[in-house]
Ligand binder design. Structure first.
Ligand code: ADP
Ligand code: MG
Length: 416
């Protein structure tokens, strides 16, 4: 790699070295090769296209599914002096015209585009007339119906990119690693021959545990668990808004500093609760899965699933918010099979294939919860990775070890 690129890493982004696969990825993209990146959340995927965009001629198009995240990234880039803009439905006509003239003048290094905006005819015409360096597709799992966040517009990206310019290099990035989703993305983007950079999904500092969910008992266990982590930050995921409110109230009644978060709350309340959690005014956030995307709090010490999630991928994403700083992260799930049945019933109005897909994901989730083998092995296997030995750091491994130690102890006693 050219020295210039490395010096920009330090000069612009302030990082003294690359992390994980970042260097070969940046290198690959700068050679105009199609690049497919699979890296866990928090590993640093954004840099893999931001740095190449800064050192390339022209504007990189970045497709990103969430308007809030888009704005966040553009603000961060502007703050470090990088010329970046976004095009989405929040802009007025004159604002979007201003963005377009910046791009046409060749000043913009990164243009974030919402998939809905990309499909608009006048935007396509505009992009055809601009000098584009490459296209980055962030959260590329949105392409796949097997992913946890399917967006139909994502499936149109490839044909639009081909209209803008036929030979544009593409970098697709995701934290979803199941082989099925991976195949889907590659097929849809016609990127079968792209270079694949896949990092390990093993989060060695996370302890995985599943407990049986038993009426009343579980609430007591929940309170006990939280009290044993006094003053520490934790997230509790529940399935419904109602459950979120109920659990948040229960915790507060028990002198735990907790706040709720779900899409039914007034947005000012929701934002305040989120900020309070980030600023540690609140220890525990009780939330639906609406909470967490793009949240970067390094010292979350535990993630509890009060209700079983809809897929193992979702579970992995949500538990992945614990222990970002590399220190302890306890991932506890309360499970009963009835919750799986309930979730399946929610899907009854969906189209047949969609319901079947959801059912398969649920069954995999149930298999994880009910397994007696090493949980880490199970999770990694789901993501197409093999762990040679049991991890020794999950409830199943611990139980096995305790049984073994118990037997050894018994033997010493008997031999004495
Ligand atoms: P992802 O999209 O993979 O979830 P992000 O791109 O949001 O991850 O990056 C996560 C964090 O890692 C950010 O705070 C980012 O500034 C930081 N980061 C990225 N690359 C590096 C690096 N080479 N050195 C240090 N920190 C980095
Ligand atoms: Mg990201």
């Amino acid at each position: 790699m050219e020295e210039k690129v490395k010096s920009e890493l330090k000069k612009i982004f302030g990082f003294s070295q690359f992390r994980g696969n970042q260097e070969p990825i940046v290198d690959n993209l700068l050679k105009d090769r199609n690049t497919f990146v699979i890296m866990p959340t928090g590993a640093g995927k954004s840099l893999c296209y931001q740095l190449p965009a800064v050192v390339s001629e022209g504007t990189a198009i970045v497709i990103s599914p969430l308007i809030a995240l888009m704005k966040n990234q553009v603000d961060q880039l502007n703050a470090i002096g990088v010329n970046a803009h976004f095009l989405n439905s929040t802009l007025t006509k004159s604002e979007s015209n201003r963005v377009k003239s910046e791009v046409l003048a060749g000043r913009t290094k990164l243009l974030y585009v919402a998939p809905e905006s990309l499909t608009k005819e006048d935007n396509i015409e505009f992009l055809k007339s601009a000098k584009i360096s490459f296209v980055a597709i962030d959260e590329a799992h949105c392409i796949s119906e097997w992913g946890h966040d399917f967006r139909p517009e994502y499936r149109k990206i490839k044909s639009i990119v081909a209209q803008i310019a036929p030979e544009l290099p593409i970098i697709a990035l995701t934290a979803t690693a199941t082989p099925k989703v991976q195949q889907d993305i590659q097929r849809n983007l016609q990127m079968e021959s792209a270079d694949l950079f896949k990092s390990s999904f093993n989060r060695t500092n996370l302890f995985y545990e599943v407990r049986a969910k038993v009426k009343n008992e579980t609430k007591k266990q929940l309170i006990k668990f939280i009290k044993s982590h006094k003053g520490k930050s934790g997230i509790i995921y529940c399935l419904s808004r109602k459950k979120v409110e109920e659990i948040a109230d229960l915790l507060r009644v028990n002198q735990i500093n907790a706040a709720p978060y779900h899409a039914g709350l007034e947005s000012s309340v929701r934002m305040k609760n989120q900020d309070d959690f980030l600023n540690e005014e609140v220890d525990v956030i009780v939330a639906t899965i609406a909470f967490g995307m793009g949240i970067d709090k390094p010292d979350v010490r535990y993630v509890i699933h009060y209700d079983v999630p809809k897929s193992l991928e979702g579970y992995y994403q949500e538990t992945g918010r614990a222990g970002r700083d590399g220190l302890e992260g306890h991932c506890l799930m309360f499970y009963r099979y009835e919750d799986i049945v309930k979730l399946d019933k929610f899907n009854k109005d969906k189209a047949v294939t969609e319901r079947e897909n959801a059912k398969i994901l649920l069954q995999e989730m149930a298999a994880y919860a009910e397994t007696g083998v090493c949980r880490r092995k199970f999770i990694l296997n789901y993501f197409g990775e093999t762990l040679e030995e049991d991890c020794g750091y999950c409830d199943n491994c611990k139980r096995e070890r305790e049984t073994f130690e118990g037997l050894e102890l018994l033997q010493t006693v008997l031999e004495a």
